[in-house]
Design a protein around this ligand. Structure first.
Ligand code: FES
Length: 275
Protein backbone atom coordinates (compact mmCIF):
# COMPACT_ATOMS: atom_id res chain seq x y z
CA UNK A 1 0.00 0.00 0.00
CA UNK A 2 1.16 3.60 -0.40
CA UNK A 3 3.21 5.17 2.41
CA UNK A 4 4.48 1.83 3.69
CA UNK A 5 1.04 0.83 4.91
CA UNK A 6 0.20 -2.89 4.68
CA UNK A 7 -2.96 -4.96 4.38
CA UNK A 8 -3.45 -8.68 5.00
CA UNK A 9 -5.66 -10.55 2.51
CA UNK A 10 -6.77 -14.16 2.50
CA UNK A 11 -5.21 -16.26 -0.22
CA UNK A 12 -7.58 -18.50 -2.14
CA UNK A 13 -6.32 -21.87 -3.25
CA UNK A 14 -8.98 -23.31 -5.55
CA UNK A 15 -7.21 -26.64 -5.92
CA UNK A 16 -7.04 -27.52 -2.23
CA UNK A 17 -3.36 -28.26 -2.62
CA UNK A 18 -1.88 -26.20 0.19
CA UNK A 19 1.62 -27.57 -0.34
CA UNK A 20 2.10 -26.37 -3.87
CA UNK A 21 -0.72 -24.20 -5.20
CA UNK A 22 -0.32 -23.27 -8.85
CA UNK A 23 -1.67 -19.79 -8.16
CA UNK A 24 -3.29 -17.76 -5.44
CA UNK A 25 -6.39 -15.64 -5.89
CA UNK A 26 -7.53 -12.72 -3.78
CA UNK A 27 -11.03 -11.43 -3.24
CA UNK A 28 -11.08 -7.75 -2.30
CA UNK A 29 -14.41 -6.01 -1.77
CA UNK A 30 -14.38 -2.46 -3.09
CA UNK A 31 -15.72 -0.50 -0.16
CA UNK A 32 -17.90 2.48 -0.91
CA UNK A 33 -15.96 5.70 -0.41
CA UNK A 34 -12.74 3.78 0.30
CA UNK A 35 -9.61 5.89 0.33
CA UNK A 36 -7.40 3.05 1.51
CA UNK A 37 -6.73 -0.60 0.77
CA UNK A 38 -9.68 -1.64 -1.34
CA UNK A 39 -9.56 1.31 -3.77
CA UNK A 40 -5.79 0.88 -4.11
CA UNK A 41 -6.18 -2.82 -4.87
CA UNK A 42 -8.93 -2.22 -7.40
CA UNK A 43 -6.79 0.38 -9.19
CA UNK A 44 -3.97 -2.13 -9.81
CA UNK A 45 -3.39 -3.14 -13.42
CA UNK A 46 -1.82 -6.24 -14.90
CA UNK A 47 1.93 -5.70 -14.84
CA UNK A 48 1.99 -3.46 -11.76
CA UNK A 49 4.57 -4.49 -9.19
CA UNK A 50 3.70 -4.78 -5.51
CA UNK A 51 5.59 -5.88 -2.41
CA UNK A 52 4.28 -8.84 -0.46
CA UNK A 53 5.24 -10.76 2.66
CA UNK A 54 5.36 -14.53 2.94
CA UNK A 55 1.99 -16.25 3.35
CA UNK A 56 1.08 -17.50 6.80
CA UNK A 57 -1.84 -19.58 7.95
CA UNK A 58 -3.53 -18.27 11.06
CA UNK A 59 -6.88 -19.92 10.29
CA UNK A 60 -6.13 -23.52 9.44
CA UNK A 61 -8.32 -26.62 9.42
CA UNK A 62 -8.07 -28.06 12.91
CA UNK A 63 -8.89 -31.59 11.85
CA UNK A 64 -8.92 -32.22 8.12
CA UNK A 65 -10.80 -35.51 8.40
CA UNK A 66 -13.58 -34.52 10.85
CA UNK A 67 -16.93 -33.30 9.48
CA UNK A 68 -16.78 -29.56 8.87
CA UNK A 69 -19.37 -26.81 8.72
CA UNK A 70 -17.99 -23.77 6.90
CA UNK A 71 -19.99 -20.59 7.44
CA UNK A 72 -19.11 -17.49 5.44
CA UNK A 73 -20.52 -13.98 5.62
CA UNK A 74 -19.95 -11.70 2.61
CA UNK A 75 -16.38 -11.37 1.44
CA UNK A 76 -15.34 -13.33 4.56
CA UNK A 77 -15.79 -16.31 2.24
CA UNK A 78 -12.20 -16.09 0.97
CA UNK A 79 -10.35 -18.20 3.60
CA UNK A 80 -13.16 -20.73 3.62
CA UNK A 81 -12.86 -21.34 -0.13
CA UNK A 82 -9.40 -22.83 0.42
CA UNK A 83 -10.66 -24.93 3.33
CA UNK A 84 -13.59 -26.25 1.30
CA UNK A 85 -11.27 -27.14 -1.57
CA UNK A 86 -8.91 -28.96 0.81
CA UNK A 87 -11.77 -30.89 2.43
CA UNK A 88 -13.16 -31.88 -0.95
CA UNK A 89 -9.74 -32.95 -2.21
CA UNK A 90 -9.28 -35.33 0.71
CA UNK A 91 -12.86 -36.61 0.65
CA UNK A 92 -13.78 -35.31 4.10
CA UNK A 93 -17.47 -34.56 4.82
CA UNK A 94 -18.24 -30.84 4.77
CA UNK A 95 -21.09 -28.40 4.35
CA UNK A 96 -20.41 -24.90 3.05
CA UNK A 97 -22.94 -22.18 3.90
CA UNK A 98 -22.36 -18.82 2.29
CA UNK A 99 -24.54 -15.87 3.31
CA UNK A 100 -24.66 -12.42 1.79
CA UNK A 101 -27.03 -9.48 1.91
CA UNK A 102 -28.05 -10.18 -1.68
CA UNK A 103 -26.88 -11.81 -4.90
CA UNK A 104 -24.88 -8.72 -5.90
CA UNK A 105 -22.83 -8.99 -2.68
CA UNK A 106 -21.80 -12.59 -3.33
CA UNK A 107 -18.32 -13.16 -4.75
CA UNK A 108 -17.21 -16.29 -6.64
CA UNK A 109 -20.77 -17.65 -6.81
CA UNK A 110 -20.46 -19.49 -10.13
CA UNK A 111 -17.10 -21.00 -9.28
CA UNK A 112 -18.35 -22.21 -5.90
CA UNK A 113 -21.52 -23.72 -7.33
CA UNK A 114 -19.48 -25.57 -9.94
CA UNK A 115 -16.96 -26.83 -7.39
CA UNK A 116 -19.15 -27.76 -4.43
CA UNK A 117 -22.58 -28.64 -5.84
CA UNK A 118 -24.86 -30.05 -3.14
CA UNK A 119 -22.34 -29.35 -0.37
CA UNK A 120 -22.92 -25.62 -0.91
CA UNK A 121 -25.87 -23.67 0.49
CA UNK A 122 -26.25 -20.06 -0.62
CA UNK A 123 -28.27 -17.74 1.56
CA UNK A 124 -29.49 -14.31 0.50
CA UNK A 125 -30.65 -12.15 3.40
CA UNK A 126 -32.84 -9.99 1.15
CA UNK A 127 -34.75 -13.00 -0.20
CA UNK A 128 -34.93 -14.91 3.09
CA UNK A 129 -35.94 -11.83 5.07
CA UNK A 130 -32.91 -12.05 7.37
CA UNK A 131 -29.73 -13.94 8.19
CA UNK A 132 -29.46 -17.77 8.13
CA UNK A 133 -31.16 -19.81 10.84
CA UNK A 134 -28.00 -20.62 12.77
CA UNK A 135 -29.69 -22.62 15.51
CA UNK A 136 -31.07 -25.13 12.96
CA UNK A 137 -27.77 -25.20 11.09
CA UNK A 138 -25.85 -26.12 14.23
CA UNK A 139 -28.45 -28.64 15.41
CA UNK A 140 -28.35 -30.39 12.02
CA UNK A 141 -24.55 -30.75 12.08
CA UNK A 142 -23.23 -34.30 12.44
CA UNK A 143 -21.69 -35.25 15.82
CA UNK A 144 -18.07 -34.17 16.06
CA UNK A 145 -18.43 -31.42 13.45
CA UNK A 146 -15.94 -28.56 13.53
CA UNK A 147 -17.38 -25.12 12.80
CA UNK A 148 -15.30 -22.60 10.83
CA UNK A 149 -16.80 -19.16 10.48
CA UNK A 150 -15.48 -16.03 8.84
CA UNK A 151 -17.42 -12.82 8.40
CA UNK A 152 -18.45 -9.72 10.27
CA UNK A 153 -18.42 -9.69 14.05
CA UNK A 154 -22.21 -9.98 14.63
CA UNK A 155 -22.23 -13.15 12.53
CA UNK A 156 -19.31 -14.65 14.44
CA UNK A 157 -20.89 -13.83 17.80
CA UNK A 158 -24.24 -15.31 16.74
CA UNK A 159 -22.62 -18.43 15.26
CA UNK A 160 -20.52 -19.07 18.36
CA UNK A 161 -23.54 -18.70 20.60
CA UNK A 162 -25.69 -21.01 18.45
CA UNK A 163 -22.90 -23.60 18.26
CA UNK A 164 -22.36 -23.65 22.02
CA UNK A 165 -26.08 -24.00 22.57
CA UNK A 166 -26.18 -26.92 20.11
CA UNK A 167 -23.45 -28.69 22.10
CA UNK A 168 -20.29 -27.81 20.14
CA UNK A 169 -17.26 -27.68 22.42
CA UNK A 170 -15.10 -24.54 22.30
CA UNK A 171 -12.34 -26.63 20.73
CA UNK A 172 -14.57 -27.33 17.72
CA UNK A 173 -15.45 -23.67 17.08
CA UNK A 174 -12.97 -21.78 14.89
CA UNK A 175 -13.39 -18.29 13.59
CA UNK A 176 -11.66 -15.40 11.95
CA UNK A 177 -12.92 -11.86 12.01
CA UNK A 178 -13.08 -10.49 8.56
CA UNK A 179 -12.14 -7.01 9.57
CA UNK A 180 -10.59 -5.04 12.34
CA UNK A 181 -12.94 -3.60 14.97
CA UNK A 182 -14.00 -0.23 13.59
CA UNK A 183 -13.66 2.92 15.69
CA UNK A 184 -16.90 3.65 17.51
CA UNK A 185 -18.67 6.94 18.07
CA UNK A 186 -17.71 8.25 21.48
CA UNK A 187 -14.23 6.65 21.52
CA UNK A 188 -12.09 8.77 23.80
CA UNK A 189 -8.44 9.02 24.74
CA UNK A 190 -7.32 7.08 27.80
CA UNK A 191 -4.05 6.34 29.59
CA UNK A 192 -2.18 3.08 29.83
CA UNK A 193 0.29 2.50 32.64
CA UNK A 194 2.94 -0.14 31.99
CA UNK A 195 3.21 -1.90 35.35
CA UNK A 196 6.82 -3.04 35.00
CA UNK A 197 8.23 0.44 34.37
CA UNK A 198 5.56 2.86 35.56
CA UNK A 199 5.54 4.60 32.17
CA UNK A 200 2.21 6.13 31.18
CA UNK A 201 1.06 6.58 27.59
CA UNK A 202 -2.02 8.22 26.11
CA UNK A 203 -4.03 6.19 23.60
CA UNK A 204 -5.95 8.57 21.33
CA UNK A 205 -9.14 7.60 19.48
CA UNK A 206 -8.31 5.79 16.23
CA UNK A 207 -5.08 4.21 17.59
CA UNK A 208 -4.75 0.91 19.40
CA UNK A 209 -2.79 0.27 22.59
CA UNK A 210 -0.38 -1.86 20.54
CA UNK A 211 0.19 0.89 17.97
CA UNK A 212 0.99 3.49 20.61
CA UNK A 213 3.18 1.28 22.82
CA UNK A 214 5.12 -0.17 19.91
CA UNK A 215 5.85 3.29 18.56
CA UNK A 216 7.32 4.02 22.00
CA UNK A 217 9.65 1.04 21.69
CA UNK A 218 7.81 -1.44 23.89
CA UNK A 219 8.14 -5.01 22.73
CA UNK A 220 4.76 -6.74 22.48
CA UNK A 221 3.43 -10.10 21.33
CA UNK A 222 0.59 -9.99 18.84
CA UNK A 223 -0.59 -11.45 15.57
CA UNK A 224 -3.99 -10.80 13.99
CA UNK A 225 -4.59 -7.26 15.29
CA UNK A 226 -8.29 -7.86 14.74
CA UNK A 227 -9.16 -9.31 18.14
CA UNK A 228 -9.62 -12.92 17.09
CA UNK A 229 -6.36 -14.80 17.73
CA UNK A 230 -5.91 -14.11 21.45
CA UNK A 231 -2.11 -13.73 21.25
CA UNK A 232 -2.00 -10.17 22.59
CA UNK A 233 -4.11 -10.99 25.66
CA UNK A 234 -2.88 -8.93 28.61
CA UNK A 235 -3.74 -8.89 32.29
CA UNK A 236 -5.53 -5.80 33.56
CA UNK A 237 -4.29 -4.82 37.02
CA UNK A 238 -6.37 -1.66 37.41
CA UNK A 239 -9.09 0.08 35.40
CA UNK A 240 -12.03 -1.06 33.33
CA UNK A 241 -11.48 -2.40 29.80
CA UNK A 242 -13.88 -1.79 26.92
CA UNK A 243 -13.76 -5.14 25.11
CA UNK A 244 -13.87 -5.10 21.30
CA UNK A 245 -12.52 -8.60 20.58
CA UNK A 246 -14.27 -11.85 19.72
CA UNK A 247 -11.99 -14.11 21.75
CA UNK A 248 -13.11 -13.66 25.32
CA UNK A 249 -16.12 -15.38 26.82
CA UNK A 250 -18.84 -13.28 28.40
CA UNK A 251 -17.58 -14.32 31.85
CA UNK A 252 -14.05 -13.14 31.00
CA UNK A 253 -15.39 -9.86 29.67
CA UNK A 254 -17.47 -9.31 32.78
CA UNK A 255 -14.49 -10.21 34.98
CA UNK A 256 -12.41 -7.45 33.36
CA UNK A 257 -9.12 -9.07 34.37
CA UNK A 258 -7.78 -9.63 30.86
CA UNK A 259 -8.09 -7.82 27.54
CA UNK A 260 -6.90 -7.95 23.92
CA UNK A 261 -4.75 -4.85 23.53
CA UNK A 262 -4.91 -4.86 19.73
CA UNK A 263 -8.55 -3.72 19.60
CA UNK A 264 -9.98 -3.18 23.08
CA UNK A 265 -10.00 0.18 24.75
CA UNK A 266 -10.89 1.57 28.19
CA UNK A 267 -14.03 2.69 29.92
CA UNK A 268 -11.97 4.17 32.74
CA UNK A 269 -9.55 7.09 32.35
CA UNK A 270 -6.55 4.78 32.90
CA UNK A 271 -5.65 1.10 32.64
CA UNK A 272 -2.73 -0.44 34.48
CA UNK A 273 -1.54 -3.39 32.41
CA UNK A 274 0.72 -6.28 33.36
CA UNK A 275 3.35 -5.44 30.76
S1 FES B 1 -3.33 -9.74 18.12
FE1 FES B 1 -4.87 -11.21 17.82
S2 FES B 1 -6.28 -10.81 19.40
FE2 FES B 1 -4.87 -9.21 19.53
Amino acid sequence: MPDGDTRPYSLIDWDGDADAPAAYHLGVLLEQGSKGGSSHMHALKAGDRISIGAPKNSFALADGDAPALLLAGGIGVTPLISMAAALKARGAPYRFVYAARGAAAMAFRRELEAQHGAALTLHFDDQAGGPPDLATLMRDAAPGTHLYVCGPRPMIDAAREAALEAGFTQARIHFELFEKAAPQAGDHAFEVEVASTGQVFTIPPGKSIIEVLEAEGIDLMYDCQRGDCGICQTEVLEGVPDHRDVVLSQAERDGGKVMQICVSRAKSARLKLDL
